[in-house]
Design a protein around this ligand. Sequence first.
Ligand code: SAM
Ligand code: SF4
Ligand code: SF4
Length: 335
Amino acid sequence: MMTADTFGRPLRDLRVSVTDRCNFRCVYCMPKEVFGPDFQFLPQREVLTFEEIARLTRLFVALGVEKVRLTGGEPLVRRDLHLLVEKIAAIEGVRDLTLTTNGSLLAKHAAALAAAGLRRVTVSLDSLDDGVFRAMNDVNFPVARVLEGIEAAHAAGLRPIKINMVVKRGMNEGSVVEMARRFRGTGDVLRFIEYMDVGNSNGWRMDDVVPAAEIVRSIGEVFPLEPLEANYAGEVAQRYRYRDGAGEIGVIASVTQPFCRACTRARLSAEGRLYTCLFATHGHDLKVLLRGGASDDEIAQELRGIWQRRSDRYSELRTSATPGAPKVEMSHIGG
Ligand code: SAM
Ligand code: SF4
Ligand code: SF4
């Protein structure tokens, strides 16, 4: 069944945050000053069980969802994640099942995840320069271990891998060309993401955003590029190919060229709230339904109603005043 919102946007993708915890403290996502030793993460009983997540996913799929992405926090810090992958992979109608991870634990888990039915992974990696990377993840985590995780994902057949690099002015724009050089010709797709004003804790300023056009220009000066057509309607990444045939890159220009018109994503937080926008201030509590004895039909009706009333287009309306508004944190809903 197709379910459309007030702008006619269908519900196609579901992002599931399986935990609000993370072993990194990326400066643009979970800055240490906010997510310090005293930070109260969700108690385990408040986090949806795998059974609850699978049940909701099945209901979302009945409403039109085809793609499911597991995210977090860091999804691989949740124990036995492959058991959730198995459950979701078994749902008829799930065409694509992927995982976004910081890669730190991937070397350990890639084979089990692939065996459980995971199709692909996206690995976040912000620099190949060890010093820059350690400063960005802010827990002194070395690049080499993430590269090992990428290798393990390759070996497990989770290909092609997408590599996400968030570019923040003054931190890692100097790493852009090196990253392009490293992943050209590997079959993996490097995607550059504009630093966004998600949440309220990262102290976002427009000056910190490196516009996608600037990123494309700096790579193109070294490795000539040409634009590619979108793979499908609603693709958020703008794609470019290397003129010498060494593959492609993508840029996600959510700040400088918003794409709300094509946004077909629902986001489920670890404690079972449904957000219809990455920048939402409010999530719809589905856990009360799940744990209050609601039937599948009742929950499905609620989901449909929420999507049909949806009118979010935060990025298109973004002004210099909006970043201060209260918003959900990225680590809560997983980007
Ligand atoms: N921990 C996993 C990871 O880092 O891949 C999954 C969750 S993380 C919130 C998902 C993606 O959001 C990552 O690629 C991360 O780089 C990106 N992200 C986090 N904060 C961001 C921000 N302020 N602007 C743009 N992207 C951001
Ligand atoms: Fe953790 Fe991912 Fe956020 Fe970095 S971007 S702090 S790895 S959730
Ligand atoms: Fe979708 Fe909200 Fe991002 Fe617009 S701002 S693309 S509606 S998540």
